[in-house]
Design a protein around this ligand. Structure first.
Ligand code: PLP
Length: 449
C-alpha cells in the first residue's frame, strides 16, 4: 500500500468528490483494510476497527474478503475478465440470468444486465416507453411514482425521485413532468410477524391514488416504486397491500408496473425480494446493490414475456447497450453470491442461509436499538428485516454522531433525521450487539438531551 491513512486523507482533500458532497467537505477516514464485517479506518484521531453498519450501502451482504467470492473472482480472472456483450455471450452471464429468473417472482423471464442501479432503472423506463409505442400508445410519455421515492441519480431516474425531498430538486428545470402519488401510509411488521397497518389511512390513500392515476391514465406509460421500503427517500416502510392496489391500477389503465428492488432485493426485508411479501408479479423489476455481494458494480432489469414479446413482435430492439454490459467478473461474483445466499444453512438443513442470517439480524437489531427509543431526541425506532432505523426529532448532527459511533466500534452514515443500519448478513450476535450499542451511545450522547 502506498501512503498511510493521514497521508491519503491529505491527498484526497480538494482532489476527489465524494457522494453528494462539496470538495471542501472532504472525508474523515481512510479505509486501510476490510475483512469479514469490519473495516479498518485511519483518521486524524488514530486507527479504528469498526463493524460496517452500512454494508457499503446495502451491498456487502457477505462481508469483506469472503473466501467464496474471492475465489469466484480469481477463477474468472484466470479465464477472462471482460469481453463485449454485443454479438457475444458467455457462461457467467447466462448462468446469472437463469439464477435470477429462478429466484424472482414467477413470470419475470427475461434479463437485461446493466452496469449500475440507476442504469437498470433507465432501461426499465426506456422499455416502458418502447412497449407503449409499439402498442400504438406512443402518447404515453409520463410515469407515475410515489412521493418519498428514490430511483437513482441519472436524469430520467431523477425525474421519478421525490420532486421536493429527493436530493435533485435543483434540477427541477430539467422538467419533472411525472405524476406523484402521495406517500402510502406507514406500516410496521410486529414481532409476531404480522403487519400493523392503518386500514382507514390505506383506504384514503387508495382513493387518492385511483383519482390521480385515473386523471392521467392516458398520458402514463408505467408506475414505478420501491416495494415496501423506501430507502434513500427516508427508510420508510409502507403497507404491502399498496403493491396489490398498484397492480390493479396498472392493469386497469394499461400501464406497466415497475418495481425497483435495488435496495430491497436479496433478502434485506426478510423476504428474498420485497415483492414476495405479496402475491403479485410486477411487469418489470430492477435489482442491483447486493447483486455481487458488494464486490463489483452490476445491476439487472427483468421483465415478463408479455412485455418483451411486444417489442420483439415489432422487431423493436431494446435500445441500450453499455460498454461493460454483462461484465464476466461481476457476473461470476454475482453467481457465487447468489449460491451462498440460497444454499442450505449448514447448521439448519432445510433453511436457506440468508433466512437464518436475516433472523439473526432481525432479533439483533430489534433488541439492540430498542433502548434508543427512550431518548428525548428520538421520534421513532423501527426495523424491518435487516434494516434498523433510529429517527430523530431533528436533523442528525452527522459529524458528531459518526465520530462517537466510530470510537465505539461502528461505521454509520446518517442522513437527514435518520441514523440507520443495514449491516452485512454475516454479522454474529456479538457483532450486532457492538454495532447497536455504538449507535445507541452516539445517538444518546449527541441527541439524548
Ligand atoms: C441505490 C439505488 C438506486 C441507484 O443505484 P446505483 O447503483 O447507485 O446507480 C436506485 N434505486 C434504489 C431504490 C436504490 O436504493
Amino acid at each position: 500500500m502506498t501512503g498511510h491513512g493521514p497521508d491519503i486523507l491529505n491527498r484526497d482533500s480538494g482532489l476527489l468528490w465524494h457522494p453528494y458532497s462539496t470538495l471542501a467537505a472532504g472525508v474523515s477516514y481512510a479505509v486501510t483494510g476490510a475483512e469479514g464485517v469490519r473495516l479498518s479506518l485511519s483518521g486524524a484521531d488514530g486507527e479504528h476497527t469498526v463493524v460496517d453498519g452500512m454494508a457499503s450501502w446495502w451491498s456487502a451482504v457477505h462481508g469483506y474478503r469472503n473466501p467464496r467470492l474471492d475465489a469466484a473472482a480469481h477463477a474468472q480472472l484466470e479465464d477472462f475478465s471482460h469481453v463485449m456483450f454485443g454479438g457475444l455471450t458467455h457462461a457467467p452471464a447466462v448462468e446469472l440470468a437463469e439464477k435470477l429468473i429462478e429466484l424472482a417472482p414467477a413470470g419475470l423471464q427475461h434479463v437485461f444486465l446493466a452496469d449500475s442501479g440507476s442504469i437498470s432503472v433507465e432501461v426499465a423506463l426506456k422499455l416502458a416507453l418502447q412497449y407503449q409505442y409499439e402498442r400504438g400508445q406512443g402518447h404515453r410519455q409520463r410515469f407515475a411514482a410515489l412521493r418519498g421515492g428514490y430511483h437513482g441519480d441519472t436524469f430520467a431516474t431523477m425525474r421519478v425521485c421525490d420532486p421536493v425531498d429527493g436530493m435533485h430538486s435543483q434540477f427541477a428545470g430539467q422538467g419533472t413532468d411525472n405524476v406523484f402519488l402521495p406517500r402510502p401510509p406507514a406500516a410496521a411488521l410486529n414481532s409476531a410477524g404480522t403487519w400493523d397497518a392503518d386500514a382507514d389511512a390505506l383506504a384514503a390513500w387508495e382513493t387518492q391514488a385511483r383519482e390521480l392515476i385515473g386523471a392521467h391514465a392516458q398520458e402514463l406509460a408505467a408506475i414505478v416504486c420501491e416495494p415496501i421500503l423506501q430507502g434513500a427517500g427516508g427508510m420508510y416502510v409502507y403497507d404491502p397491500h399498496v403493491l396489490v392496489i398498484l397492480r390493479e391500477l396498472a392493469d386497469e389503465h394499461g400501464l406497466l408496473l415497475i418495481f425497483d428492488e435495488i435496495a430491497t432485493g436479496f433478502g434485506r426485508t426478510g423476504r428474498f425480494f420485497a415483492t414476495h411479501w405479496v402475491d403479485i408479479t410486477p411487469d418489470v423489476m430492477c435489482v442491483g446493490k447486493a447483486l455481487t455481494g458488494g464486490y463489483l458494480t452490476l445491476a439487472a432489469m427483468m421483465c415478463t414475456s408479455e412485455v418483451a414479446q411486444v417489442l420483439d413482435d415489432s422487431g423493436s430492439p431494446l435500445m441500450h447497450g453499455p460498454t461493460f454490459m454483462g461484465n464476466p467478473l461481476a457476473c461470476a461474483v454475482a453467481n457465487a453470491s447468489l449460491s451462498l445466499l440460497t444454499e442450505d444453512d449448514p447448521e439448519h438443513p432445510g433453511q436457506q442461509r440468508w433466512q437464518q442470517q436475516l433472523q439473526r439480524l432481525q432479533t439483533g437489531l430489534r433488541e439492540g436499538l430498542a433502548p434508543a427509543a427512550e431518548f428525548s431526541g428520538v421520534r421513532q425506532v423501527r426495523q424491518l428485516g435487516g434494516v434498523g432505523v433510529v429517527q430523530l426529532t431533528e436533523p442528525v448532527r452527522v459529524a458528531e454522531v459518526t465520530k462517537i459511533a466510530v470510537e465505539n466500534g461502528a461505521w454509520v452514515r446518517p442522513f437527514r433525521d435518520l441514523v440507520y443500519v443495514m449491516p452485512p448478513y454475516v454479522c454474529s450476535s456479538e457483532d450486532l450487539a457492538q454495532l447497536t450499542r455504538a449507535v445507541v451511545t452516539a445517538v444518546g450522547e449527541v441527541h439524548g438531551r
